[in-house]
Design a protein around this ligand. Sequence first.
Ligand code: AMP
Length: 441
Amino acid sequence: MSTIESTRSFHTLELDASIMQTLKQQQFHIPTPVQSEAIPLVLSGRDVLASAQTGSGKTAAFALPIIHQITAEPRKPQPGRPKALVLAPTRELAGQIAEVFELFSRNLRVSTAVIFGGVGKGAQVTAMRRGVDVVVATPGRLLDLMQEGVISLDHVQTVVLDEADRMLDMGFIPDVRRVIAKLPAQRQSLFFSATLPPQVVELSRALLTDPARIAVETNETTRPQIDQSVMFVNRQDKRDALRTLLTEKGSYRALVFTRTKHRARDLAKYLNKNGITADDLQGNKSQNARIRALAGFHSGDIQVLVATDIASRGIDVDDIDHVINFELPNEPESYVHRIGRTARAGKAGIAVSFCDESEIEHLAEIERAIEQSVPVITNHRYHAKAVADAALAYTSRRNGGSQRSAPATHAARRPGTRAGESGRGGGSQRPRSRRRSSRAR
Ligand code: AMP
């Protein structure tokens, strides 16, 4: 594996001049670690297995060398026979990947089309008949169009599987395998996943041949520039606590997570009624309404986007200053994905989680998985001491029954802990758990 230090500038990567110009315009001055490692490997024709998270710059890591390769070989694409295929788990992510391809291939004769379900097929079929170089697709609609004979994969030279672990979460692995079965044997394959649970490793074996391995963030479960904290609150106070938090923190772009679609919708309504512009992004919304919500969030017309986990995948909005877990996810991995939506591209971000009595167990699982205890904010008006005490008691039970006592004055400040925050129960710091969560994959 090459080292991260190996490439400090895009110039050494010898990409097409037009790509270099767009990099400059976009103010991409230095390649991110995944870009430094992946771009030369892809250009050399190797298969790649990369564990890289959203926010690491992984999209450009595969898009730039693919565009470069297609430009170097100016044969026009045949109708319905793309040269490169990118598979993504959600429509939003597919759309965003296609935008990156389009951005970096402007002034070049490289065309891109995006294919996803939930919308009419007409425009997608027309694009395929015209012929495009790059297709970015979600697996279900791609299979539909393959079955209808609108698209064939026999000219695919490079295939990318993006966010493979999310494909697994969303039950898409059988569809992905069906797509893989239709790819030509002679091809280059690139595999990106934030995490590598066993089923994902197994899938990578079906796709890749002698891959180069890139792991740029293996030692970081969460990125350090995210300032995480938890507020213990009573369930009925959560909405007021959220409104107050958004107002007091002066957040201008916040992503709020709920567990259910209905809660997302109701919460967005509540915020709007209370003078905070908000929209919701959840599975019951039509594709057009989702696009509108994302566009409003992008442009800054709406300050708060309330989302569920699945709908939020692939939101690629920079400058999200707050991620707020209105409800904690019961999967620690979702927590990591959620808070990874802030602090992108090297910027700082804040992640605040509300925890009511019913969520104490989820919090404990998350803390085990991320191997750190999340600092508690106690100096706010909705702080529920009873919930904080219950959390402390729960942790003590899990740690073997002995309740650690610490004097209230001994609220050691750790990195990332702000004034007014302290360890569990408003006074004591819990030991950092080094055990992996049984539920963490
Ligand atoms: P990704 O992980 O591909 O979703 O990228 C995360 C964000 O980082 C996107 O907003 C990109 O525009 C931005 N980005 C990617 N590569 C670079 C780079 N080399 N320099 C600055 N920003 C970048």
